[in-house]
Design a protein around this ligand. Structure first.
Ligand SMILES: Cc1cc2nc3c(=O)[nH]c(=O)nc-3n(C[C@H](O)[C@H](O)[C@H](O)COP(=O)(O)OP(=O)(O)OC[C@H]3O[C@@H](n4cnc5c(N)ncnc54)[C@H](O)[C@@H]3O)c2cc1C
Length: 348
């Protein structure tokens, strides 16, 4: 057996939130053959498993995980198709996401530049259909090569098969745990990229007097803006945005707009967005701020004083500390706005 199984591996250090007990069993997977071996081993032992990428969207339990943690390290970056207007690139699940974006931008291929700086690995990007500054990874995913644990075989899923939606896909919901993503193929454009139509990005180029930025300049802008906006997990452990922006009915949205006349409709401000289907999307950070939670601390966790959407581990926090604060936030927001907040990271 090539596969190396380690025992009692601390999990907190493998995540950006730095919470969690030990993994009873832990394996780093560098090839599909090793993945198949890992599944045979798990089946043989009658154990459960959990797939881990960069750990930037995972909150482990305080108790030990009794099954096998499978850390996906499959590498690779290969152009598999190219024509005058596009190129398709197949990338290993273990490749660092921002490095993948950097390489495509260096090749002058557009489509994922606004996703520069999102932490984690390439294999996790389809799971919650990562998005930022108007781009979602679903817009460039051509196919996903997976190991299907139900059929015990490697197969390809088309973009449509993945059923992508806002921060969601079959990998996170209906088929959670079934497919292990080994490679992701992205179809990228050779056409010039547009400036993402977001206030921060527009202002960045206005300040610099750049009217027609290159792809490289757009990537640099996004990285610079994110540096000031997101809390660096190596300084204050966190998992990025902790709640999804909730979708609400027209009735609820109208009630909120009546109660909070200062809330402006998109595009003047970005707290409430009308959806094409008549519903509205609300900024979760605004709801949490209005509920008075900005900067609030509970045990060893807190809500960032500047970013109401970012929950942080002040050092030595437990999952229980975190979930106690989450419960308080959720119930206050519901009491005030009749809006149910949904957690974005995966909580084990
Ligand atoms: C500071 C900060 C900023 C962030 N900004 C953004 C942002 O702008 N936009 C955004 O969308 N997200 C953002 N995130 C969230 C996070 O970076 C993304 O969700 C990222 O894609 C997670 O990648 P990961 O490799 O760390 O996943 P992990 O945390 O390791 O895993 C996340 C989930 O994916 C599953 N998974 C991982 N790899 C595989 C695989 N190969 N096959 C099957 N399942 C797998 C895991 O089982 C788990 O359920 C941010 C996080 C942080 C800490």
């Amino acid at each position: 057996m090539n596969l190396k199984i380690q025992e009692n591996v601390p999990l907190a250090e493998l995540t950006t939130f730095k919470i969690g007990g030990n993994a009873r069993y832990f394996a780093e997977i560098n090839s599909i053959d090793e993945l198949v071996e890992a599944f045979e081993w798990v089946k043989d032992k009658g154990l459960g498993y959990f797939i881990l990428g960069g750990g930037s969207n995972t909150i482990f339990n305080d108790e030990d995980y009794l099954g096998l943690i499978i850390k996906m390290n499959i590498m690779g970056f290969e152009v598999i198709n190219e024509d005058e207007s596009s190129a398709t690139i197949k990338v290993g699940a273990g490749e660092d996401w921002d490095e993948t974006v950097k390489r495509t931008v260096d090749m002058n291929l557009s489509g994922m530049e606004a996703l520069s700086g999102v932490p984690g690995n390439t294999g996790a990007t389809p799971v919650q259909n990562i998005g930022a500054y108007g781009q979602e990874v679903k817009d460039t995913i051509y196919f996903v090569e997976v190991y299907d644990t139900k059929q015990n075989k490697v197969t390809k899923l088309s973009n449509e098969d993945c059923n992508f939606s806002y921060r969601d896909s079959i990998f996170k919901s209906s088929e959670r745990g079934r497919y292990i993503i080994c490679f992701v193929a992205f179809k990228l454009s050779k056409e010039k990229a547009e400036i993402p139509q977001y206030k921060d990005v527009i202002n960045y180029f206005k300040d610099k007097n750049i009217i027609n930025p290159s792809l490289q300049e757009i990537r640099e802008a996004i990285l610079e803006i994110r540096k000031n906006k997101f809390v660096n997990p190596s300084i204050m452990p966190n998992a990025g945005s902790f709640f999804k922006n909730p979708k609400v009915s027209k009735e609820i949205a109208e009630k909120i707009m009546l109660k909070y006349p200062d809330i402006k409709l998109y595009p003047e401000d970005t707290k409430i967005f009308p959806n094409p289907d008549g519903t509205y999307k609300l900024a979760a950070g605004w709801l949490i701020q209005e509920a008075g939670f900005k900067g609030v601390e509970l045990e060893k966790v807190r809500i960032d004083p500047n970013h109401a959407l970012v929950l942080e581990n002040k050092g030595g926090a437990s999952q229980k500390d975190l979930m106690d604060l989450v419960d308080k936030v959720k119930s206050k927001v519901f009491e005030l706005f009749e809006v149910e907040l949904e957690i974005e990271p995966v909580v084990i």
